[in-house]
Design a protein around this ligand. Structure first.
Ligand code: NAP
Length: 241
């Protein structure tokens, strides 16, 4: 097995943590940016997990992000997995940081560009976690939840839209993962997959209500990081039960 070098932004909980766990278990070298490393310390023995490097910092800080993107002094990592997201404030129907993903993607793309100008080489595959309810090519959620997505989730969706568009226009190799409503708990349920081309539109549909963070993270790790089918590259991939 060739050991991959994988950078994680937002892996202290949720989908990102599940992706990180699967990649570590498969023996790959992981670098995780974390605002509070103690959160990862609750899941891993950080002193005895040699293939995990934790970088303390914020995904909106270009210096911190750049540290995660370097596999060595001269080479970029092979894959970047960004699962950052804000906390939803129901009383105000917004996020605690309404531009969390947009800013995060802008910083990530700037960091890649700046590192290349400094002579660091490589072309990492950038995987970014988004949400269903965003398609420009028709309904991608079950009919009963359309009003909920359209009204309640306006702010997070605008943030995800800006993130998706910036990544798709960046010229980087990418995959956007749109997860349906996230629940908790690992299961052995089948994950259905839809594929959309950002320009040409729907290639295959998968419309569903939910998927758990753990199952989503495992699916991302197994299908997009550890091995990757060409049909997912530079596409938007919907995952749901
Ligand atoms: N909720 C849903 O039903 C749903 C559905 C589809 C997609 N999504 C999206 O899918 C993604 C993953 O969801 P999730 O529930 O697994 O996420 P989550 O558990 O809320 O985790 C978000 C992660 O982002 C990190 N983060 C946020 N802002 C950051 C910043 N400025 N710098 C560094 N780290 C930052 C958090 O770190 P801390 O631990 O430091 O806070 C945490 O590790 C999110 O983008 C979410 O919006 C959500």
């Amino acid at each position: 097995m060739t050991q991959k070098k994988i950078a994680f932004l937002g892996a202290s909980t949720g989908v990102g943590l599940a992706t990180l766990k699967t990649c570590l278990a498969a023996g790959h070298q992981c670098i995780a940016l974390c605002r509070n490393p103690a959160k990862l310390g609750a899941h891993f023995d950080l002193d005895n997990t040699p293939n995990l490097v934790v970088v303390q910092g914020n995904a909106h800080d270009i210096a911190a992000v750049s540290r995660c993107l370097k596999a060595s002094e001269t080479a970029l990592v092979d894959v970047v997995v960004s699962t950052i997201g804000g906390a939803f404030v129901l009383s105000k129907m917004t996020l605690d940081d309404p531009h969390v993903c947009e800013k995060g993607m802008s910083v990530l793309l700037s960091a890649l560009s700046r590192l290349r100008k400094e002579g660091v080489t490589g072309r990492p595959h950038v995987i970014a976690c988004s949400t269903t309810g965003m398609s420009r090519f028709g309904r991608d959620t079950p009919l009963p939840v359309v009003p909920f997505y359209g009204v309640v989730l306006k702010v997070p969706h605008a943030d995800k839209r800006a993130m998706e568009d910036a990544l798709a226009a960046s010229g980087e190799d990418f995959i956007v993962v749109r997860a349906s409503l996230l629940t908790d708990g690992e299961t052995d349920r089948e994950v259905r997959v839809g594929i959309e081309d950002p320009v040409k539109g729907v290639e295959s549909k998968a419309i569903g209500y939910t998927i758990s963070r753990e199952d989503a993270g495992k699916w991302v790790a197994r299908n997009l990081v550890l091995r990757r089918e060409e049909r997912y590259c530079n596409k938007t991939v919907t995952i749901t039960y």
